[in-house]
Design a protein around this ligand. Sequence first.
Ligand code: ADP
Length: 332
Amino acid sequence: MASGPQRRRVTIFLISVLIPAVVLIGLAIQLYRQQQKLIEQELEKHAGPAHTAAEIHSVYRESNLRFAFYGCAVFLALSVTLFCRYVVWQDYRRETELADLRSQFVAHVSHELRTPLTSIQMFAETLALGRVADPEKQREYLETIARESERLARLVDQVLAFSKIEQGRMDYRLQALPLVPIVEAAVQAVGPSLAQQGFAFRRDYCGCAPMVRADADALEQAILNLLTNAMKYSSDSRDIELRLHQSDGEAIVEVLDQGVGVPEELRERIFEKFFRAPASAQTMAAGSVPGVGLGLTVVAHVAAAHGGRVEVRNNEPKGSVFSLILPIDQKL
Ligand code: ADP
């Protein structure tokens, strides 16, 4: 829905296009009429035996041709003006959309920081006041503090990685490495959360051991993002799978979930910075799932920096499959 100021800008834009167009068209009609009148007057003045019907017709035709030429020139100028205005308008729309997404991002980040901080503060204070005598409960509280701190650290890492990408300062140190240990490190990092949330997690490394030129930390972060997204957007399903296979000189890491899925029309947009699928586009409101809209932007950047790409498709019977595709290092 367009906001008040935006509607006003649209109206001003339309007026600024329509008024010159109407004035130019009106002038052209007026000019045509005057020209016809002038020709008629001229012919009447010099009417005589010298003017045959063919001559009169040729005067009209010549003048009409001239008018058509001027008309085309005006039409061309108008079209170029309109086209330029359209391009400027598109740019402006993209800018305002990005500004909206940016302010939503700030709200999301603040919310994402606030939530774990509140629970860390609450559990730490409860423990510090010695209100919990039961060692089992104490352990539970400490585990929550550790988990929430990890969540905070992950968010901060994500924002830092994104900020480096934006400033063009992201420095990938690529070296020939086996892919399986990197994938396994990401799986281990997310393992406790998977278990705690009751996910059935399967992994299949197809018995292959591809070598890739990779920055281990960046690649681990990318796979971790895909795994945490699979958890976040699983809705009621508790089924996640990770597959590794290779074909045509490429290693493919696939994360499969049975969750809400990604609508066809959003499959490119979800990789844009700050973008989160709107509530209506998914059965689960994006607002109800924690996130700031940067995870996939980072994944796409990491994939590209490794000479690879990331793709998304439907899973069967529901959910999505995210594939991180990397070139295999053939030199070894
Ligand atoms: P965030 O998860 O923080 O919103 P991401 O960049 O990781 O940001 O993802 C962008 C959007 O892509 C998400 O808001 C969500 O709508 C969609 N998305 C990502 N992963 C999945 C998934 N596994 N299933 C369904 N939708 C997903």
